[in-house]
Design a protein around this ligand. Structure first.
Ligand code: AMP
Length: 419
Protein backbone atom coordinates (compact mmCIF):
# COMPACT_ATOMS: atom_id res chain seq x y z
CA UNK A 1 0.00 0.00 0.00
CA UNK A 2 2.84 2.33 -0.83
CA UNK A 3 0.46 4.73 -2.57
CA UNK A 4 -1.84 5.01 0.42
CA UNK A 5 -2.42 8.59 1.50
CA UNK A 6 -1.01 8.99 5.03
CA UNK A 7 -2.09 11.41 7.75
CA UNK A 8 0.05 14.52 8.24
CA UNK A 9 3.21 14.15 10.34
CA UNK A 10 2.65 14.68 14.03
CA UNK A 11 -1.00 13.58 13.89
CA UNK A 12 -2.40 10.19 14.80
CA UNK A 13 -5.55 8.09 14.69
CA UNK A 14 -7.24 7.12 17.92
CA UNK A 15 -8.10 3.46 17.46
CA UNK A 16 -10.97 1.65 19.17
CA UNK A 17 -8.62 -0.17 21.55
CA UNK A 18 -7.18 3.18 22.69
CA UNK A 19 -10.55 4.80 23.25
CA UNK A 20 -11.29 3.36 26.73
CA UNK A 21 -8.13 4.74 28.37
CA UNK A 22 -8.70 8.15 26.81
CA UNK A 23 -12.25 8.06 28.02
CA UNK A 24 -10.98 7.27 31.52
CA UNK A 25 -8.76 10.38 31.46
CA UNK A 26 -11.57 12.67 30.39
CA UNK A 27 -14.03 11.00 32.78
CA UNK A 28 -11.65 11.38 35.74
CA UNK A 29 -11.19 15.06 34.90
CA UNK A 30 -14.93 15.51 34.47
CA UNK A 31 -15.84 13.84 37.75
CA UNK A 32 -13.15 15.64 39.77
CA UNK A 33 -13.83 19.06 38.29
CA UNK A 34 -17.63 18.90 38.22
CA UNK A 35 -17.63 17.78 41.86
CA UNK A 36 -15.69 20.98 42.56
CA UNK A 37 -18.20 23.21 40.74
CA UNK A 38 -16.65 23.34 37.26
CA UNK A 39 -18.91 23.05 34.22
CA UNK A 40 -17.94 21.94 30.73
CA UNK A 41 -17.32 24.40 27.94
CA UNK A 42 -16.44 23.77 24.31
CA UNK A 43 -15.16 26.57 22.10
CA UNK A 44 -14.67 26.52 18.29
CA UNK A 45 -11.65 24.74 16.83
CA UNK A 46 -10.56 27.97 15.17
CA UNK A 47 -10.60 31.58 16.27
CA UNK A 48 -9.68 34.97 14.89
CA UNK A 49 -5.85 34.96 14.79
CA UNK A 50 -5.59 38.12 16.86
CA UNK A 51 -7.00 36.33 19.89
CA UNK A 52 -3.75 34.39 20.14
CA UNK A 53 -1.23 36.97 18.90
CA UNK A 54 -2.46 39.48 21.51
CA UNK A 55 -2.61 37.07 24.45
CA UNK A 56 -0.14 34.23 23.99
CA UNK A 57 2.32 36.89 22.84
CA UNK A 58 4.00 37.96 19.59
CA UNK A 59 7.45 36.90 20.80
CA UNK A 60 6.50 33.39 21.93
CA UNK A 61 7.37 30.18 20.05
CA UNK A 62 3.68 29.43 19.67
CA UNK A 63 2.88 32.65 17.81
CA UNK A 64 6.15 32.95 15.95
CA UNK A 65 6.33 29.49 14.47
CA UNK A 66 3.71 27.04 15.68
CA UNK A 67 0.28 28.31 14.68
CA UNK A 68 -1.81 26.84 11.89
CA UNK A 69 -3.06 30.08 10.42
CA UNK A 70 -5.10 30.45 7.24
CA UNK A 71 -7.33 32.94 5.49
CA UNK A 72 -10.99 32.20 5.02
CA UNK A 73 -12.92 32.94 1.83
CA UNK A 74 -13.16 36.63 2.70
CA UNK A 75 -9.47 36.97 3.54
CA UNK A 76 -9.91 37.03 7.33
CA UNK A 77 -7.03 35.49 9.23
CA UNK A 78 -8.09 32.49 11.35
CA UNK A 79 -6.02 30.14 13.50
CA UNK A 80 -6.60 26.59 14.76
CA UNK A 81 -6.46 27.02 18.54
CA UNK A 82 -2.95 26.29 19.89
CA UNK A 83 -4.30 26.50 23.45
CA UNK A 84 -7.69 26.91 25.10
CA UNK A 85 -7.36 29.51 27.87
CA UNK A 86 -7.69 32.57 25.62
CA UNK A 87 -10.74 31.07 23.83
CA UNK A 88 -12.38 30.27 27.19
CA UNK A 89 -11.78 33.83 28.44
CA UNK A 90 -13.16 35.16 25.15
CA UNK A 91 -16.28 33.05 25.64
CA UNK A 92 -16.60 34.24 29.27
CA UNK A 93 -16.54 37.88 28.12
CA UNK A 94 -18.68 37.27 25.04
CA UNK A 95 -21.46 35.60 27.03
CA UNK A 96 -21.48 38.06 29.92
CA UNK A 97 -20.45 35.43 32.43
CA UNK A 98 -19.17 38.20 34.71
CA UNK A 99 -22.85 38.60 35.69
CA UNK A 100 -22.89 35.09 37.17
CA UNK A 101 -21.70 34.40 40.73
CA UNK A 102 -17.89 34.51 40.63
CA UNK A 103 -15.59 32.75 40.17
CA UNK A 104 -17.04 31.07 37.09
CA UNK A 105 -15.41 27.66 36.83
CA UNK A 106 -15.15 26.02 33.43
CA UNK A 107 -13.47 22.84 32.23
CA UNK A 108 -12.79 21.44 28.79
CA UNK A 109 -11.41 18.49 26.87
CA UNK A 110 -10.38 19.87 23.50
CA UNK A 111 -7.89 19.28 20.73
CA UNK A 112 -5.14 21.82 20.00
CA UNK A 113 -2.82 22.32 17.06
CA UNK A 114 0.82 23.41 17.11
CA UNK A 115 3.35 23.10 14.32
CA UNK A 116 6.10 21.65 16.55
CA UNK A 117 8.92 19.22 15.95
CA UNK A 118 6.97 15.96 16.21
CA UNK A 119 8.34 13.28 18.55
CA UNK A 120 7.11 10.99 21.32
CA UNK A 121 4.82 13.03 23.53
CA UNK A 122 4.88 16.00 21.19
CA UNK A 123 2.37 16.11 18.38
CA UNK A 124 0.88 18.60 15.95
CA UNK A 125 -2.65 17.77 16.97
CA UNK A 126 -3.04 16.82 20.62
CA UNK A 127 -5.72 16.90 23.31
CA UNK A 128 -5.82 18.92 26.46
CA UNK A 129 -8.00 18.66 29.50
CA UNK A 130 -8.12 21.96 31.27
CA UNK A 131 -9.78 24.02 33.97
CA UNK A 132 -10.25 27.78 34.30
CA UNK A 133 -11.57 29.66 37.33
CA UNK A 134 -12.43 33.20 36.24
CA UNK A 135 -13.42 36.20 38.33
CA UNK A 136 -11.48 35.93 41.60
CA UNK A 137 -7.93 36.84 42.56
CA UNK A 138 -8.08 34.94 45.84
CA UNK A 139 -4.90 32.85 46.36
CA UNK A 140 -7.18 29.99 47.39
CA UNK A 141 -8.34 29.81 43.76
CA UNK A 142 -4.72 29.22 42.72
CA UNK A 143 -4.16 26.55 45.36
CA UNK A 144 -7.47 24.81 44.67
CA UNK A 145 -6.82 24.73 40.94
CA UNK A 146 -3.39 23.15 41.48
CA UNK A 147 -4.80 20.68 44.02
CA UNK A 148 -7.48 19.54 41.56
CA UNK A 149 -4.92 18.78 38.86
CA UNK A 150 -2.76 16.96 41.43
CA UNK A 151 -5.80 14.87 42.35
CA UNK A 152 -6.64 14.01 38.74
CA UNK A 153 -3.07 13.00 37.91
CA UNK A 154 -2.69 10.88 41.00
CA UNK A 155 -6.05 9.18 40.49
CA UNK A 156 -4.95 8.25 36.98
CA UNK A 157 -1.74 6.77 38.38
CA UNK A 158 0.65 9.20 36.69
CA UNK A 159 3.99 8.22 38.21
CA UNK A 160 7.04 10.23 39.32
CA UNK A 161 5.15 13.50 39.62
CA UNK A 162 6.90 16.69 40.59
CA UNK A 163 5.34 20.12 41.00
CA UNK A 164 7.37 23.26 40.36
CA UNK A 165 5.90 26.63 41.16
CA UNK A 166 6.90 30.28 40.91
CA UNK A 167 5.43 33.76 40.84
CA UNK A 168 5.82 36.05 37.84
CA UNK A 169 4.43 39.07 39.66
CA UNK A 170 2.66 41.82 37.75
CA UNK A 171 3.61 43.08 34.27
CA UNK A 172 5.43 46.16 35.63
CA UNK A 173 7.70 44.08 37.88
CA UNK A 174 8.33 41.69 35.04
CA UNK A 175 9.28 44.49 32.65
CA UNK A 176 11.70 46.00 35.18
CA UNK A 177 13.20 42.56 35.67
CA UNK A 178 13.45 41.90 31.92
CA UNK A 179 15.54 45.02 31.54
CA UNK A 180 18.01 43.85 34.21
CA UNK A 181 18.07 40.37 32.66
CA UNK A 182 18.77 41.83 29.20
CA UNK A 183 21.74 43.70 30.65
CA UNK A 184 23.01 40.46 32.16
CA UNK A 185 22.65 38.63 28.83
CA UNK A 186 24.18 41.45 26.80
CA UNK A 187 27.25 41.39 29.04
CA UNK A 188 27.97 37.81 27.88
CA UNK A 189 26.37 37.94 24.45
CA UNK A 190 29.15 35.96 22.78
CA UNK A 191 28.46 32.87 24.89
CA UNK A 192 24.74 32.66 24.14
CA UNK A 193 23.04 30.41 21.58
CA UNK A 194 21.95 32.09 18.36
CA UNK A 195 18.34 31.55 19.31
CA UNK A 196 18.63 33.21 22.71
CA UNK A 197 20.63 36.07 21.21
CA UNK A 198 18.04 36.67 18.51
CA UNK A 199 15.31 36.90 21.18
CA UNK A 200 17.30 38.91 23.65
CA UNK A 201 15.17 41.99 23.07
CA UNK A 202 11.74 40.42 22.70
CA UNK A 203 11.80 37.46 25.09
CA UNK A 204 14.94 37.31 27.28
CA UNK A 205 13.29 34.99 29.84
CA UNK A 206 13.34 32.15 27.35
CA UNK A 207 17.07 31.89 28.06
CA UNK A 208 16.12 29.94 31.24
CA UNK A 209 14.63 27.22 29.03
CA UNK A 210 17.73 26.80 26.85
CA UNK A 211 19.75 23.59 26.89
CA UNK A 212 22.67 25.28 25.10
CA UNK A 213 25.73 24.87 27.31
CA UNK A 214 27.11 28.40 27.01
CA UNK A 215 23.68 29.88 27.69
CA UNK A 216 23.19 27.68 30.75
CA UNK A 217 26.49 28.86 32.14
CA UNK A 218 25.49 32.50 31.69
CA UNK A 219 22.11 31.81 33.33
CA UNK A 220 23.69 30.39 36.48
CA UNK A 221 24.48 33.89 37.65
CA UNK A 222 21.37 35.54 36.18
CA UNK A 223 19.23 37.80 38.36
CA UNK A 224 15.94 36.20 39.45
CA UNK A 225 12.46 37.58 38.97
CA UNK A 226 11.58 36.57 42.54
CA UNK A 227 13.74 39.46 43.78
CA UNK A 228 11.75 42.00 41.75
CA UNK A 229 8.25 41.13 42.97
CA UNK A 230 6.11 43.79 44.63
CA UNK A 231 4.78 43.42 48.16
CA UNK A 232 1.26 42.30 47.16
CA UNK A 233 2.56 39.71 44.72
CA UNK A 234 4.89 38.32 47.37
CA UNK A 235 2.02 38.04 49.86
CA UNK A 236 -0.19 36.38 47.27
CA UNK A 237 2.50 33.83 46.49
CA UNK A 238 3.22 33.12 50.17
CA UNK A 239 -0.48 32.49 50.73
CA UNK A 240 -0.67 30.07 47.77
CA UNK A 241 2.30 28.13 49.16
CA UNK A 242 0.79 28.12 52.65
CA UNK A 243 -2.46 26.64 51.31
CA UNK A 244 -0.58 23.95 49.36
CA UNK A 245 1.30 23.11 52.57
CA UNK A 246 -1.99 22.87 54.44
CA UNK A 247 -3.31 20.45 51.81
CA UNK A 248 -0.15 18.33 51.99
CA UNK A 249 0.78 19.00 48.36
CA UNK A 250 4.54 18.83 47.84
CA UNK A 251 6.16 21.40 45.55
CA UNK A 252 9.46 22.96 44.69
CA UNK A 253 9.71 26.72 44.28
CA UNK A 254 11.62 27.23 41.04
CA UNK A 255 12.32 30.89 40.30
CA UNK A 256 13.54 30.00 36.80
CA UNK A 257 10.21 28.46 35.78
CA UNK A 258 9.24 30.03 32.46
CA UNK A 259 5.98 29.18 30.78
CA UNK A 260 5.77 29.62 27.04
CA UNK A 261 2.81 31.99 27.09
CA UNK A 262 2.84 35.72 27.79
CA UNK A 263 -0.48 36.15 29.54
CA UNK A 264 0.58 34.76 32.90
CA UNK A 265 0.78 36.94 36.00
CA UNK A 266 1.65 35.92 39.57
CA UNK A 267 1.38 32.14 40.11
CA UNK A 268 2.73 29.78 37.45
CA UNK A 269 3.26 26.05 37.92
CA UNK A 270 4.08 22.87 36.10
CA UNK A 271 3.75 19.17 36.84
CA UNK A 272 6.43 16.94 35.32
CA UNK A 273 6.57 13.16 35.36
CA UNK A 274 9.74 11.07 35.65
CA UNK A 275 7.86 8.42 33.66
CA UNK A 276 8.19 10.61 30.56
CA UNK A 277 11.30 11.23 28.49
CA UNK A 278 12.40 14.57 27.11
CA UNK A 279 8.85 15.90 26.97
CA UNK A 280 8.33 15.62 30.72
CA UNK A 281 5.67 18.33 31.16
CA UNK A 282 2.34 16.70 31.97
CA UNK A 283 0.37 19.80 32.73
CA UNK A 284 0.75 23.34 33.89
CA UNK A 285 -0.82 26.71 34.11
CA UNK A 286 -1.11 29.79 36.19
CA UNK A 287 -2.86 33.04 36.92
CA UNK A 288 -3.73 35.41 34.08
CA UNK A 289 -5.10 38.60 35.58
CA UNK A 290 -4.33 40.67 32.47
CA UNK A 291 -5.78 38.31 29.87
CA UNK A 292 -9.34 39.70 29.80
CA UNK A 293 -7.98 43.20 29.20
CA UNK A 294 -5.78 41.96 26.34
CA UNK A 295 -8.87 40.55 24.63
CA UNK A 296 -10.63 43.90 24.94
CA UNK A 297 -12.72 43.19 28.04
CA UNK A 298 -12.73 44.72 31.53
CA UNK A 299 -10.07 43.64 34.03
CA UNK A 300 -11.09 40.15 35.20
CA UNK A 301 -8.69 37.94 37.12
CA UNK A 302 -8.39 34.24 36.27
CA UNK A 303 -6.47 31.10 37.05
CA UNK A 304 -6.23 27.80 35.25
CA UNK A 305 -4.26 24.94 33.79
CA UNK A 306 -4.09 22.52 30.90
CA UNK A 307 -2.75 18.98 30.86
CA UNK A 308 -1.90 16.93 27.79
CA UNK A 309 -4.06 13.82 27.38
CA UNK A 310 -1.35 11.98 25.40
CA UNK A 311 1.33 12.78 28.00
CA UNK A 312 -0.98 11.54 30.75
CA UNK A 313 -1.56 8.32 28.80
CA UNK A 314 2.19 7.83 28.36
CA UNK A 315 2.83 8.30 32.08
CA UNK A 316 -0.29 6.67 33.57
CA UNK A 317 -0.82 3.12 34.76
CA UNK A 318 -2.36 0.74 32.25
CA UNK A 319 -5.89 -0.07 33.26
CA UNK A 320 -7.56 -2.65 31.06
CA UNK A 321 -11.19 -1.84 30.53
CA UNK A 322 -13.77 -4.60 30.28
CA UNK A 323 -14.90 -5.29 26.74
CA UNK A 324 -18.40 -4.05 26.00
CA UNK A 325 -20.97 -6.82 26.38
CA UNK A 326 -23.56 -7.69 23.76
CA UNK A 327 -26.49 -9.62 25.23
CA UNK A 328 -28.26 -10.80 22.11
CA UNK A 329 -26.90 -11.94 18.78
CA UNK A 330 -29.47 -12.29 16.01
CA UNK A 331 -28.60 -14.93 13.42
CA UNK A 332 -30.50 -15.75 10.27
CA UNK A 333 -31.07 -19.32 9.10
CA UNK A 334 -31.65 -18.29 5.48
CA UNK A 335 -31.32 -15.24 3.28
CA UNK A 336 -34.98 -14.74 2.41
CA UNK A 337 -36.37 -11.20 2.68
CA UNK A 338 -38.93 -12.40 5.24
CA UNK A 339 -36.18 -13.79 7.51
CA UNK A 340 -33.98 -10.73 7.13
CA UNK A 341 -36.86 -8.42 7.99
CA UNK A 342 -37.86 -10.46 11.01
CA UNK A 343 -34.23 -10.43 12.22
CA UNK A 344 -33.96 -6.70 11.70
CA UNK A 345 -37.25 -6.12 13.55
CA UNK A 346 -35.96 -8.24 16.43
CA UNK A 347 -32.70 -6.29 16.76
CA UNK A 348 -34.58 -2.99 16.76
CA UNK A 349 -37.10 -4.32 19.26
CA UNK A 350 -34.38 -5.61 21.58
CA UNK A 351 -32.53 -2.25 21.46
CA UNK A 352 -35.73 -0.36 22.21
CA UNK A 353 -36.12 -2.62 25.24
CA UNK A 354 -32.63 -1.61 26.38
CA UNK A 355 -30.99 -4.91 25.44
CA UNK A 356 -27.63 -4.68 23.69
CA UNK A 357 -27.98 -6.52 20.40
CA UNK A 358 -26.16 -7.13 17.14
CA UNK A 359 -27.31 -8.85 13.96
CA UNK A 360 -25.52 -10.74 11.26
CA UNK A 361 -24.20 -8.31 8.63
CA UNK A 362 -21.49 -10.28 6.86
CA UNK A 363 -23.41 -13.10 5.11
CA UNK A 364 -21.90 -15.85 7.32
CA UNK A 365 -23.21 -19.42 7.34
CA UNK A 366 -25.29 -20.41 10.36
CA UNK A 367 -22.20 -22.11 11.81
CA UNK A 368 -20.17 -18.96 11.18
CA UNK A 369 -22.87 -16.90 12.88
CA UNK A 370 -22.79 -19.11 16.00
CA UNK A 371 -19.04 -18.61 16.09
CA UNK A 372 -19.44 -14.86 15.77
CA UNK A 373 -21.96 -14.89 18.60
CA UNK A 374 -19.35 -16.74 20.72
CA UNK A 375 -16.65 -14.29 19.74
CA UNK A 376 -18.57 -11.26 20.98
CA UNK A 377 -19.63 -13.18 24.10
CA UNK A 378 -23.38 -12.83 23.54
CA UNK A 379 -25.37 -14.71 26.14
CA UNK A 380 -28.36 -15.21 23.83
CA UNK A 381 -28.38 -16.20 20.19
CA UNK A 382 -31.67 -15.81 18.35
CA UNK A 383 -31.92 -17.85 15.17
CA UNK A 384 -34.54 -16.40 12.90
CA UNK A 385 -36.17 -18.37 10.11
CA UNK A 386 -39.16 -16.66 8.57
CA UNK A 387 -41.66 -16.14 11.39
CA UNK A 388 -39.88 -18.57 13.70
CA UNK A 389 -37.37 -17.48 16.32
CA UNK A 390 -35.30 -20.02 18.25
CA UNK A 391 -33.62 -18.48 21.24
CA UNK A 392 -30.55 -20.16 22.71
CA UNK A 393 -29.25 -19.27 26.15
CA UNK A 394 -25.55 -19.98 26.55
CA UNK A 395 -25.79 -20.00 30.33
CA UNK A 396 -28.28 -22.79 30.93
CA UNK A 397 -27.61 -24.62 27.71
CA UNK A 398 -31.39 -24.76 27.18
CA UNK A 399 -32.96 -23.80 23.89
CA UNK A 400 -36.60 -23.44 23.01
CA UNK A 401 -38.91 -22.45 20.23
CA UNK A 402 -40.67 -19.18 20.34
CA UNK A 403 -43.16 -18.94 17.53
CA UNK A 404 -44.02 -15.37 18.17
CA UNK A 405 -43.26 -11.87 17.24
CA UNK A 406 -39.94 -10.36 18.15
CA UNK A 407 -41.49 -8.54 21.12
CA UNK A 408 -41.84 -11.86 22.85
CA UNK A 409 -38.08 -12.34 22.73
CA UNK A 410 -37.52 -8.99 24.30
CA UNK A 411 -39.95 -9.91 27.04
CA UNK A 412 -38.19 -13.23 27.65
CA UNK A 413 -34.94 -11.35 28.08
CA UNK A 414 -36.64 -8.88 30.35
CA UNK A 415 -38.01 -11.71 32.49
CA UNK A 416 -34.46 -12.90 32.90
CA UNK A 417 -33.54 -9.54 34.28
CA UNK A 418 -31.73 -8.39 31.16
CA UNK A 419 -34.19 -5.83 29.85
P1 AMP B 1 1.13 24.48 27.43
O1 AMP B 1 -0.13 25.11 26.95
O2 AMP B 1 2.27 24.60 26.47
O3 AMP B 1 1.48 24.86 28.83
O4 AMP B 1 0.84 22.93 27.47
C1 AMP B 1 0.07 22.31 28.49
C2 AMP B 1 0.23 20.81 28.39
O5 AMP B 1 -0.21 20.38 27.11
C3 AMP B 1 1.67 20.33 28.45
O6 AMP B 1 2.06 20.14 29.79
C4 AMP B 1 1.62 19.04 27.70
O7 AMP B 1 1.15 18.00 28.53
C5 AMP B 1 0.57 19.30 26.65
N1 AMP B 1 1.20 19.66 25.35
C6 AMP B 1 1.65 20.87 24.94
N2 AMP B 1 2.12 20.82 23.69
C7 AMP B 1 1.95 19.54 23.27
C8 AMP B 1 2.23 18.83 22.06
N3 AMP B 1 2.75 19.44 20.99
N4 AMP B 1 1.93 17.51 22.01
C9 AMP B 1 1.37 16.87 23.06
N5 AMP B 1 1.08 17.49 24.22
C10 AMP B 1 1.37 18.79 24.33
Amino acid sequence: MSDLIRPPRGTFDILPEQAPMRRAVVETARATLEDAGYRRIETPAFEVTELFTRTVGEATDIVQKEMYTFNDGKGRSLTLRPEVTAPVMRAYLDHGMHKLPQPVRLWYASSCWRYERAQKGRYRQFWQIGAEAIGSDDPAVDAESIALLAGILSELGVGGLELRIASLGDPAAREAYREVLRDHLRASEGELSDEVRSRLETNPMRAFDSDHEGTREVMKSAPLLADFLGEEDREHFAEVLGLLDAAGIAYEVDPTLVRGLDYYTRTVFEFTSAALGAQSGVGGGGRYDGLAGQIGGPAVPGMGWAAGVERILLAAEERPEPEPVTTLYVATADESPATRRAAFALVCEARRAGITAQMELAGRSLKGQRKQSDRIGARFTAIVEGETIVLEDREDGESWDEESRSAAVASVLRERGLG
